[in-house]
Design a protein around this ligand. Structure first.
Ligand SMILES: C[S@@+](CC[C@H](N)C(=O)[O-])C[C@H]1O[C@@H](n2cnc3c(N)ncnc32)[C@H](O)[C@@H]1O
Length: 205
């Protein structure tokens, strides 16, 4: 898995672009400056670096070493700092209840792994901490078959449903499914079906 992502990120171009995910960017306006935010599986840093430009304290991790190199390069172009650790979620160490918020952006894992990933990430969130989430829905599969450029997994277990996410992040979250036009770098281009969620933030979309 690490070799796959290192290969994917080794090009000059950014796989998912240098701009933040647009849903995350909109939701971040609701978050006070200085918040300590965790970016699991942050890839090339498009979201953590954007948050740092908005005066947030960005802490990221990912299994990919080339992802971190690209993220630091991006941070340098904006003259901001992020803390980015390389490692798998099951080996990475953060204090429990130490983050104001967590941003899940296209974090796709197999069924068993998904459960332990969320369990661990949720334990790092402060009581009353917030979540911003956007990943592909199981309903993205036919769209991906028609247009491979939209990207996302083809295996159902790697994707999300509203019911499943409710079990992973809690009933209080506002969770919905949306058909959306993505234009994110090389690999998320076209009409996709995503699950979006917010928890602990005002409800307007
Ligand atoms: C689809 S990319 C999303 C990257 C980023 N969140 C974004 O939205 O641009 C999925 C990311 O998951 C990372 N990843 C896969 N397995 C992981 C693991 N066990 N622990 C941490 N990161 C992992 C990959 O290296 C890759 O960067």
């Amino acid at each position: 898995m690490k070799a796959f992502w290192d290969e994917c990120y080794k090009n000059e171009e950014f796989a998912y672009g240098t701009e933040p995910n647009q849903f995350f960017k909109f939701q971040l306006k609701k978050v006070p400056e200085g918040s300590k935010i965790l970016f699991p599986a942050d890839g090339e840093g498009r979201n953590s670096v954007y948050a740092a430009t908005q005066n947030m304290n960005s802490v990221a991790f990912d299994i990919s070493t080339s992802g971190r190199e690209k993220a630091y390069k991006l941070a340098k172009t904006y003259n901001v700092n992020i803390d980015y650790q390389v490692g798998s979620f099951d080996e990475i160490k953060f204090e429990d209840k130490s983050f104001d918020g967590i941003v899940f952006s296209y974090t796709h894992f197999p069924k068993g792994v998904k459960d332990s990933f969320f369990q661990k990430m949720m334990s790092k969130l402060k009581t009353n901490g917030w979540i911003i989430f956007e990943c592909f829905s199981v309903k993205n599969i036919p769209l991906r078959e028609q247009n491979p450029k939209i990207g996302g997994p083809l295996e159902e277990e790697l994707l999300y449903t509203i019911d499943e996410l409710e079990k992973l992040i809690g009933k209080e979250a506002k969770i919905w499914e949306e058909l959306t036009e993505l234009n994110e770098g090389l690999y998320h281009v076209g009409k996709g079906c995503v699950i979006r969620a917010i928890k602990g933030l005002p409800n307007d979309q």
